[in-house]
Design a protein around this ligand. Sequence first.
Ligand SMILES: [Zn+2]
Length: 105
Amino acid sequence: MEKTIKVCDFEQTPNYDSNYNRNCDAEYICECCGKKLNPKTMKQIQMLNTGEWTDERLEVPCENDDRYDADGQGFFYVGPDCYRDIMKRIAESNKTRRTRVITEY
Ligand SMILES: [Zn+2]
């Protein structure tokens, strides 16, 4: 199904690298800040090949289809604080992408 989805730029915090290096043995690490994640509170969020997050919950396929603005890169784990921040930035963003989403398998 074709759909216009809202996006915001993917950003990492300035201390991502130092946090990541400290936590590299952790099972789950936040994609934004590099902090260790608690599986009970972590969230999943979808990334596009344009370097943007989207709040779209349906999967955007990775299929290199020229008819669409962006391909999906899959869902990544982030902590609850970073998730809230991304969702706020998407809500305030007026940037959209025309894509396809998978509605059934
Ligand atoms: Zn984070």
